[in-house]
Design a protein around this ligand. Structure first.
Ligand code: PEP
Length: 251
């Protein structure tokens, strides 16, 4: 099966209105990125303005609450993200799992809420350095993703991002064998949980210090269907070469 590549940026807690010019330039590059989907997950405060600045381009959120509404101070629901113009949301990023104590069960509930709306969802998983060094990375990550899958998984609207925690924002990238082994193991786990056809439709992204210099090599690995990009998504100068690499264009 041919899966369109997805290159998604995650601005994390970075960006104000002054940075929307970067989003505009990125959206213009996305328009000519043949065969590649591009999305930018901005802080919640920027979603409306980013959507206005980039008509037709996929703007996303970085988290969603599992509940539809209610007494959840500081949280945001799927309907609110939709209302703001978002079309996709990241759930289960390791920074949320670690800093906010999110369990895989909570992540699955968030993904379910997203899929019950019109939002596509990117479910993140990844192992710590300790787990990798102890030789348990594959079991750890496949268990994590199995427990993070929503009950209403819709393969066309679901992506999985494998992001080794030790590679996020560190400049260290997992090696091609490590990435290939993990993505194949995730695909097998998805087949076990969702069936072969659905598993083959889910896009599995790699995340962790992806940049314009290493993207082409990463995209050439089996079962790598795109990237989730943090630091290098903050500027068009760094993000656009990654988009071009996904199209197969030389950078
Ligand atoms: C991320 O946090 O999703 C990420 C991959 O960050 P970076 O690209 O900066 O490593």
């Amino acid at each position: 099966m041919t899966r369109r590549k997805l290159v998604a940026g995650n601005w994390k807690m970075n960006g104000t209105a002054a940075d929307l010019g970067e989003a505009t330039q990125i959206s213009m590059a996305a328009e000519t990125a043949d065969g590649v989907d591009v999305a930018l997950c901005v802080p919640a405060t920027l979603i409306v303005r980013a959507c206005t600045a980039t008509p037709g381009f996929a703007i996303g959120g970085q988290d969603v609450h599992a509940a539809a509404n209610g007494a959840h101070t500081g949280d945001i629901s799927a309907a609110m993200l939709e209302d703001a113009g978002a079309s996709v949301v990241i759930v289960g990023h390791s920074e949320r799992r670690e800093a906010h104590g999110e369990t895989s069960e909570a992540v699955a509930a968030k993904a379910e809420a997203a899929l019950n709306s019109t939002l596509d969802v990117i479910v993140c998983c990844g192992e710590s350095l300790d787990v990798r060094e102890a030789g348990h990375a594959v079991t750890n990550v496949t268990d994590q993703i199995a427990a993070s899958l929503p009950a209403n998984a819709d393969a066309q609207r679901l992506s999985v991002a494998y992001e080794p925690i030790w590679a996020i924002g560190t400049g260290k990238v997992a090696g091609p064998e490590e990435i290939g082994e993990m993505h194949a193991a995730i695909r097998s786990k998805l087949a076990e949980k969702l069936g072969e056809d659905a598993a083959n439709a889910v896009r599995i992204l790699y995340g962790g210090s992806v940049n314009g210099d290493n993207a082409a090599e990463i995209f050439a690995i089996d079962h790598v269907d795109g990237a989730l990009v943090g630091g290098a998504s903050l500027t068009a100068a760094k993000f656009v070469p990654i988009i071009h690499a996904a199209t197969g264009r030389s950078v």
